[in-house]
Design a binder for this molecule. Structure first.
Ligand code: OOG
Ligand code: NI
Length: 468
């Protein structure tokens, strides 16, 4: 029996092999990442591995796919469940973006620490919101829905195998091989012709809508490797003549702890595709929809920490608007220095970041102790929990910087309401709240440490209360 995590690890490799043949620039990105990671790991020594071993970081990827309806989203959820990847978090990119990005998203990923440590492969998955009047009029909605309903992204054999793998938490070798082949194939770029007029019509509204509802199949949009020094990577990619988007999304480069997620990408490259024109003739053409993204991951923030982050982003926006010509990273760095603690220790003490706690010293001779005292005396060592999720604004920024055209939207219309609960209902699966998952990981480590020390660990400081 091949267990779930091995299926997931193999799935990530299979997708990377396929994507690498489809988008050769991906190899350049991976090569440069490896170079930067090796150097950073050497330069930083053990400290470089605080947010994951160099093996994990080098192997780590996330993918992105886009689907057209709740039915397709529900099927994707079944396929990913086979690999132990469950929906986590809700991202509304319709409002996070000034341009026309008519999707809501979640991320499929392992949810417990042991599974993440074995293989953290995750896929950012977006669903087109066809009923949102800001983007689609009634007639376009109807045509879009009919188009999407008429295609089959995942065949019956794949779904049945996936259900079985999920139920048994693994598959025998032959079935595993079949599952991997079918699942990988489902995300291959199709050679079936694209209806030129329909695609173009959707593209005038939104390039993302055209990529989802204008083509007969889905495909992997990008596969993102993880890098330890994204600023260095950005410079090196440009030195190799690869055009990058104008900036790095998310937190700035600064001397304090890395939090959440920093991302950037190279611009989508032209890829040959086949089109059917109105007169029935078939011609080759090209599309630019797939790009190469890279990311640097930092510490997961608590709700309180996330509020601080959101406020800092808003403050950076405000100052940027007041200082024409200034660079976002420079402005944000100043804002960060004013608003975030400069050390991991303070991040923990102020209840802004998520940490687990490992026993490193002898038990105190009391039966109760304060967490902060145990850490201060070195009995416990705090280790950061790495952020496993995404950021709506960065996602929108990545979408947006890769659009050659803003598309059109009519904000006078009322949008379709979506939240985590509604998406979960449509998908037919629970969507986990990322904050709950990090908190559970933290709490489990404290319970374990308490057991090991034979001490009841109290958390009466403000810091821990705000972790809830
Ligand atoms: C997803 C864009 C967002 C991320 O990592 O935030 C994203 C897409 O292009 O489908 O991938
Ligand atoms: Ni991505």
């Amino acid at each position: 029996m091949i267990p779930t995590w091995q299926l997931r690890a193999r799935f990530a490799i299979r997708l990377a092999e396929m994507y690498g043949t489809e988008v050769p620039a991906y190899h350049t990105l991976v090569d440069v990442c490896r170079e930067v990671n090796d150097e950073a790991a050497r330069a930083r020594g053990e400290d470089g591995e605080r947010l994951g071993s160099i093996e994990r970081v080098t192997a780590e990827r996330h993918g992105a796919i886009r689907v057209g309806s709740p039915r397709e989203m529900a099927e994707v959820a079944r396929v990913f469940a086979a690999f132990g990847m469950l929906p986590v978090g809700f991202y509304d990119l319709r409002d996070a973006s000034a341009s026309s990005v008519p999707v809501v998203s979640t991320a499929f990923r392992p949810i417990d620490a042991a599974e993440l440590a074995r293989n953290p492969f995750r896929v950012f998955t977006s669903m087109l919101v066809t009923e949102d009047r800001r983007f689609f009029d009634a007639e376009t909605q109807e045509r879009l829905e009919a188009f999407v309903a008429g295609r089959e992204l995942f065949g019956a054999e794949l779904l049945a195998l996936a259900d079985r793998a999920a139920a048994q938490e693994g598959l025998g070798e032959d079935d595993a091989e079949r599952l991997l082949a079918l699942a990988t194939d489902a995300f291959r770029l199709t050679t079936e012709p694209i209806e030129r007029d329909w695609y173009d019509r959707l593209e005038r509204i939104s390039a993302v809508a055209a990529d989802i509802g204008g083509v007969p199949a889905t495909h992997i949009n990008h596969l993102t490797p993880r890098v330890l020094d994204i600023d260095e990577l950005y410079v090196r990619m440009q030195a190799r003549g690869i055009t990058m988007i104008s900036e790095i999304q998310g937190p700035p480069d600064w001397e304090g702890p890395d939090v959440l997620l920093r991302q950037t990408s190279f611009k989508a490259l032209a890829e040959e595709r086949v089109f059917r024109h109105a007169d029935g003739s078939i011609h080759k053409g090209s599309l630019r929809v797939r790009f190469g993204e890279v990311e640097q991951r930092g510490i997961a923030l608590t709700r309180k920490g996330r509020d601080v982050y959101d406020r800092l982003v808003a403050e950076a926006d405000r100052r940027l608007a007041e200082t024409p010509g200034a660079k976002r990273q420079d402005v944000a760095r100043d804002v960060w220095r004013e608003g975030l603690p400069a050390t991991e220790r303070e991040l923990d003490l102020e209840g802004l970041g998520f940490f687990t706690y490992r026993v490193a010293g002898p038990a105190p001779d009391t039966d109760r102790a304060e967490l902060r005292d145990l850490v201060a005396s070195g009995v416990l060592v705090a280790e950061p929990i790495v952020y496993e999720d995404f950021l709506p604004r960065s996602a929108a920024g990545i979408f947006q910087s890769n659009l050659s055209d803003e598309g059109t939207r009519d904000d006078a219309q009322t949008g379709a309401d979506y939240d985590l609960g509604r998406l979960a209902e449509l998908v037919g699966a629970e969507i986990h709240d990322p904050f709950d998952l990090y908190a559970a990981q933290r709490d489990a480590s404290l319970r374990e440490a308490g057991h090991e020390l034979g001490v009841r660990i109290d958390e009466t400081t403000d810091a821990t209360r705000s972790n809830r």
